[in-house]
Structures are given as C-alpha cells and as structure tokens.
Write a protein that binds this ligand. Structure first.
Ligand code: FE2
Ligand code: FE2
Length: 217
C-alpha cells in the first residue's frame, strides 16, 4: 500500500528530513483490522515494563528532543519520569527506523503520554509498577474505572484513574499551550484510539503510525 501525502517541513531539526527522503518500501503499513495476538501483546507489555524499570536517557538524545520540540514543550518533556521519556524516545525511534521523519509526528511521539504527569498533582507517581495494573483495569473493567475516576486532584488514587483515562486530552491541551502544531495536538489527543478503518487522509495515516509505534514500545 502506498499513500501519497504532502508534509510541510517547518523546522530545521534533523528529525524533519524532507518527505522525499522517506523510505516508503520500509515504512510500516498500519493494518487497523489486524490486532496483534495476545502473547505478542503480553510480550510488548513485559518489555515495556522492563525498559521502564531500567530506563535511562543519554545527553545526546536530550539534544535531539530539544531540536524537535518548542521550548515550553521541552520543559514539559523533562517533567516526565525517566521511563516515560525512554518510552517516548523509543516510539520516535520506531517511526524513524521505519523511515518516517515528519516533524509533527515526531513531536507527538515525544509528547503523547505527557498528560500522565498530571498524576503528580495527586501526589501519586505513575510508576511502571502502577501503569501495568492500570492498563489491565482499563482493559477488563473499563466501566468500573470510569465510574470511580474523579477529576479532583484531592481525590488521590481516584484522580489517578482520571489521569490515566484522560491523559491524551490533558497532554494535547498542554502541547497547544506550549506552542506545538495543531496536528501534533490532534495526534496526542487521539493516540489511544485504535484505528478501525483504513486511513483516509494524512492525519489519520500519521495517527495510525503513532498507534503502531506506541503499541510496540
Ligand atoms: Fe498513552
Ligand atoms: Fe505511550
């Protein structure tokens, strides 16, 4: 499958190579109808957990992040715990390795989970130890989780449920306030939505790519 899209290059970042430099033959092709097998998804989750526990970020990687994000968004990225930064960089690298160097997509890859930082307001750190159970709860007891979630930071763990569920919207609002592009904010806001149809335009294609890279990291 080949989809022609037109992407404006709006930064001098090395992440923003011209669209012509993309390697279409190696690019991932999101197939929304196909869901990875359960053992594969369990493997990805375990790998994500281990990577989170032993996470580190090199100074040269931070330099790359600083080139990809507006100044305000860079501060926000730095507020993320180390494992969150590592996960975001791994998502970015998956996209780059597959030949995708769109600057709006790169910024979204780096910031897609930044909204989880809001959990700090409740005084509860969203560590890798908490994140896994939250994902399981959301998968198997979604209605229960929704009923218990509270948007008041004083409600402690109930606010944490709210942050877990609403982190795409929270992160998108922060990204907008920090000067990210409209497309980046849209990608962040929708990054948890599993694509259920073939991408119809550029932004849906980028969203499918972000979902693909996020689910593998
Ligand atoms: Fe997320
Ligand atoms: Fe993520």
């Amino acid at each position: 499958m080949s989809i022609d899209i037109d992407i404006d290059i709006n930064t001098s970042s090395p992440l923003s190579r011209a669209y012509a430099n993309r390697r279409p033959h190696t690019s991932p092709i999101p197939v929304p109808q196909r869901k990875a097998l359960l053992p594969v998804r369990i493997f990805w989750r375990i790998r994500q957990f281990v990577r989170g526990v032993v996470a580190h970020v090199d100074p040269d990687e931070m330099l790359e992040v600083s080139r990809a994000l507006p100044k305000g968004a860079l501060s926000r990225f730095c507020e993320m715990p180390l494992d969150g930064q590592r996960h975001s960089l791994n998502v970015l690298y998956s996209l780059q390795a597959a030949g995708w160097h769109d600057p709006d997509l790169a910024a979204a890859a780096l910031l897609h989970d930044v909204g989880k930082v809001a959990g700090d307001e409740a005084g509860i750190f969203l560590s890798p130890w908490l994140r896994g159970p939250l994902v399981l709860l959301d998968t198997f007891f979604s209605a229960w989780m929704k009923a218990l979630a509270s948007d008041a930071p004083t409600d402690g763990w109930r606010y944490l449920l709210h942050v877990h569920r609403q982190h795409p919207a929270i992160g998108a609002a922060w990204a907008a306030a920090d000067g990210c592009s409209e497309l980046t904010c849209w990608l962040i806001a929708h990054h948890q939505n599993r694509p259920d149809h073939k991408p119809l335009d550029k932004r849906e294609e980028l969203l499918a790519l972000l979902y693909w890279a996020d689910s593998r990291n």
